[in-house]
Each structure stands twice: as C-alpha cells, then as structure tokens.
Design a protein. Structure first.
Length: 302
C-alpha cells in the first residue's frame, strides 16, 4: 500500500511540474507578445511622426522657394525700374539740351534767373564748398527740399562726380540728394533712388572708409528699407562700424546720432538690452543730447 501511495505522489508531483512548465511558458509567450506589440506600436508612432516631419519640411522648403522667387521678382523689378528711370533722365536731359540749342541767341539781354534758379545755385554752391560749415550745408539742403529742386540737384551732383571721381564727398552728396527726393516719388521710384543712393555711399566709402557722413547716411537709409529685403542686419553692422570708428577719436556732437539710431534699430528688433546699452553709452558720451538721455532713462525703468 505504501509503495502505491508513493507512486501516486510522484505522479502528482510530475503532473504539477509539467503544468507549471506549461504555465510558465505561456506566461513568457504572453510577455513576448506584449513586448512585440509595444515595439510595433512604437515603430508605427515613430514612422508616423517622421512622415509628419517630412511633410512639414517639404512645406517649409516650398514656402522658402516661393519667397525666394518673390524676392527675385522684386529685385528684378527694382533693377528694371532703375534702368528705365536712368534712361528717362538721360532722354530728358538730352531733350532739354536740344531745346536750349534751338533757342535764338540773346546776347543783347542779360539772362533772367527765377527764384528757383537762384535758390538752387546758391544751395549747390554751399554744398560744393568743402569749407562750408555743417549748419550752412544743412540750410542749403533745406532750400533744395523747400523749392523741390531734387532733379536739378541730382543732375548737378552727377556732373560733379564725373568731374571729381576721386572725391568721396561728391559721391556722398549725390547719395544725399537721392535720399532727399525719396519722399516725393512712387514706391517703385523709391527703390530705384534708394539703390542709387546706396551705391553712391559705397563709392564714397571705397575712397575713404572713415567718411562719417557716407557711412551714417548708408546705415540710416538701410534701416528704413522694408523688412522683406532684409537690410536691417546690414544697417546694424554699418552703425556698429561707425560707432567703433567714432570711439577711436575725439567726440563730435554729430556722433550722438549714431547711438540714437542704433539703439532705435535694436529696439525695433526686440533686442531691448542692446538698445538700453547703446542709448546709455550715447547719453554718457553726450549728456547734452536730450533724446538720448530720455531713451536711456526709459530703458532703465523696470
């Protein structure tokens, strides 16, 4: 009886062992399946995210290409307008010369000058004078603006550049005349004149990289270009160059404008700390400049 009982116990233990092995194998298989399902789900999620990113990248690439094409079209339009404007100016000048050549000689009479003739002649004489003080030149430019004598001033200064191609001030004055005319023309002509002015300032700086007026006017005009053309970073670079040049020499009252314009440009770009530092430095160097002091005080207020 005892041997039979022992055999039964052994058989029961053997069956339990087999059942445990089967159960354990099933549990492992279940875990493996769960892990496999999780891995498959992760792989699907990654593939979906990658696909979405590829689509976004493709969309951004297309938008960038489209924007690049629009900018190219605008540039070509400005260049064509510039060429057309220069051609019109040449034709107009040739027509005026031809009309004058046909006029009968009046040697018996003194030439009669209009008020505009006298105004532009006097103003240009001051602008051409290398010894004229800055206030006198500023009044001369005001005369040209008041009488709207931009075309005659530009023509005169173009002739001066031809006569004095190595004179940086002649190039800077021509650029200034183009800038003065900007507010009186259409948007297309503004682009043409702004480009012409920028080239004149570049010519002046090529002859004299320390020419303060040319660099200041170049930086100022670049800062007013529409953001689409991306001229603001170049304007900042020009102002920073001018600032470094200024701080290497004795201060002059006009230098204060560099800190004011540069600070304003930083502020418009959302760089408030750079704007504050620039205005504060300017106010420190030029305490009599009220606008700089005001800007610095406002920027320092929490």
């Amino acid at each position: 009886m005892k041997p039979l009982l022992a055999v039964l116990i052994v058989m029961l233990l053997a069956v339990n062992a087999v059942l445990w092995v089967v159960w354990s194998w099933n549990q492992q298989a279940s875990h493996r399946k769960a892990l496999a399902d999780l891995a498959e789900q992760c792989r699907a999620d990654v593939q979906e995210a990658a696909g979405s990113l590829r689509k976004d990248l493709d969309r951004l690439t297309r938008e960038q290409e489209s924007l690049g094409k629009e900018i190219d079209v605008l540039r070509r339009s400005l260049e064509e307008s510039s060429r057309a404007g220069e051609a019109r100016e040449r034709e107009q000048a040739a027509g005026e010369q031809a009309a004058v050549a046909k006029l009968p000689a009046r040697d018996d009479l003194d030439p009669v000058e209009s008020d505009d003739d006298q105004a532009v002649a006097g103003a240009l004489e001051v602008i051409d004078d290398p010894k004229a003080d800055p206030d006198a030149k500023e009044r001369a430019w005001e005369q040209i603006v008041q009488h709207k004598l931009f075309d005659r001033a530009i023509a005169h200064l173009e002739d001066r550049v031809k006569r004095e191609p190595r004179n940086p001030q002649a190039h800077a004055d021509l650029g200034m005349a183009c800038i003065q005319k900007l507010q009186t023309v259409s948007d297309i002509e503004k682009g043409m004149l702004a480009t012409k002015a920028d080239k004149s300032f570049d010519a002046a700086l090529k002859l004299d990289e320390q020419h303060w007026e040319a660099r200041f006017l170049k930086a100022s005009s670049l800062s007013f270009w529409p953001p689409l053309f991306g001229k603001q970073p170049e304007a900042v670079a020009q102002f920073e160059t001018l600032r470094a040049q200024q701080e290497a020499q004795a201060p002059q009252p006009k230098f204060a404008e560099t800190y004011l314009f540069l600070g304003n440009l930083y502020s418009s770009q959302g760089k408030s700390e750079k704007a504050r530092e620039t205005w504060s430095r300017g106010a420190e160097l030029f305490p009599a400049h009220g606008e700089l002091g005001k800007k610095a005080a406002e920027a320092a207020t929490p």
